[in-house]
Design a protein around this ligand. Structure first.
Ligand code: NAD
Ligand code: DAU
Length: 324
């Protein structure tokens, strides 16, 4: 698997390790990759780039299947600098597909509900809907998905795509809204809420996301796309209220700031196809969010070092003007 030192990938690696699988992780250790995420998880770690065919061949030499978590994954960074997104999320996926073609390995591409673009209230995206991405991030993920589907049709590779909704849990890099707001609240720092705060996201616990990907790896069909979504739609301002309540922070920390350009209003996915394979979410925000806040409260030694260095530069670029 690739990207196993990141947020979702590290939970997936642990899941496979705990069920007794032999796992090889290929990861470039970009700013969001962190060896500490794999502590106590006995996997073979290969430091390398998915855009490098030799690194992919070396890491994959003994593997019968591949799951691609490696990506540039943050929308705001894709607005500050799109190029790296195209490189990793499109070209890197194509390099992995060449490995799949040569070896005949089974392959799962971990993608996102953002490729559908935003949808009005009352509508949910199904797997057959066209892709209509809004940001350089989601456009690069859509490009990766389309390469996978083209390789299935043209070369007959055995690959499937998952499209997951907003995921949360321990070990998430504190640029994404939940870990950013939780850690800022714990430090008494402002919570920069974009625009009117009424955008809707469909939240899913990382354990449920990983269970969905595992099922698709085992039972998904070639050329098939599977939505994975928690089904819990929450407006950002309500999510912020819950974070304030759980951290005990003061409401005055919330700062309405300039909106994200091209900001999608709402995502929602129809998950019937994956449910027919036997998947259903098992966690809700009511239990998962307090547990996640407790994890960040107890693991300052994980996130405090991250919030220095490169992170500070990103934070300045992203928020200094917004926060005045
Ligand atoms: P993350 O940013 O936490 O982790 C990405 C990992 O990929 C890091 O370990 C990084 O070092 C590695 N990586 C980046 N570029 C690489 C390259 N060129 N070669 C090798 N490794 C590289 O991301 P995440 O939130 O864990 O997301 C994982 C996947 O799930 C991504 O493909 C993302 O698009 C998708 N996804 C994420 C969410 C979410 O809410 N976080 C929801 C749906 C789908
Ligand atoms: O939907 C799946 C996607 O979810 C994944 O593919 C992406 O990798 C992941 O980053 C996530 O994308 P979002 O853009 O939805 O997540 P983010 O945590 O960046 O933002 C969630 C919402 O919170 C969004 O409406 C923007 C808002 N927000 C975010 C930040 C970082 C704020 O209001 N303020 C902020 O500072």
């Amino acid at each position: 698997m690739t990207g196993g030192a990141g947020f979702i990938g590290s939970h997936f690696a642990r899941r496979l390790f705990e069920r007794g699988d032999e796992v090889v992780v290929l990861d470039k250790l970009t700013y969001s990759g962190n060896r500490a995420n794999l502590e106590g998880c006995d996997v073979e770690f290969v430091h390398g780039d998915i855009c490098d065919p030799e690194a992919v061949a070396a890491a994959g030499a003994r593997c019968g299947a591949g799951v691609n978590f490696a990506a540039e994954s943050h929308v705001d960074r894709s607005i500050l600098g799109p190029a790296e997104f195209i490189r990793t999320d499109v070209l890197g996926t194509q390099v992995l597909l060449e490995w799949v073609r040569e070896t005949g390995a089974r392959f799962v591409q971990v993608s996102t509900d953002e490729v559908y673009g935003d949808v009005p209230r009352g509508v949910s995206s199904s797997e057959d809907d066209p892709v209509r991405p809004s940001s350089p991030y989601s456009a690069s993920k859509a490009g990766g998905d389309l390469q996978v589907l083209a390789y299935v049709r043209t070369f007959g590779v055995n690959a499937s795509v998952t499209r997951g909704s907003n995921t949360y849990g321990p070990n998430q890099y504190p640029e994404k809204v939940i870990p950013l707001f939780v850690t800022n609240a714990l430090d008494g720092e402002p919570l920069p809420l974009y625009g009117d705060g009424r955008q809707v996201r469909d939240w899913m616990h990382v354990d449920d996301h990983c269970a969905g990907i595992e099922l698709v790896l085992e039972r998904g069909g070639p050329g098939e796309v599977y939505n994975v979504g928690g089904g819990e739609e929450v407006e950002n301002r309500e999510l912020t209220r819950r974070i304030l309540e759980l951290t005990g922070a003061d409401g005055s920390l919330v700062r309405p700031v300039a909106d994200r350009p091209g900001h999608d209003r709402r995502y929602a996915v129809d998950t019937r196809k994956l449910r027919e394979l036997g998947w259903a979410p098992t966690r809700t925000l009511a239990d998962g969010l307090p547990e996640t806040v407790a994890w960040y409260r107890a693991n300052r030694d994980w996130w405090e070092p991250i919030k220095s260095g490169e992170y500070r530069q990103f934070y300045e670029r992203q928020y200094a003007e917004r926060l005045g």
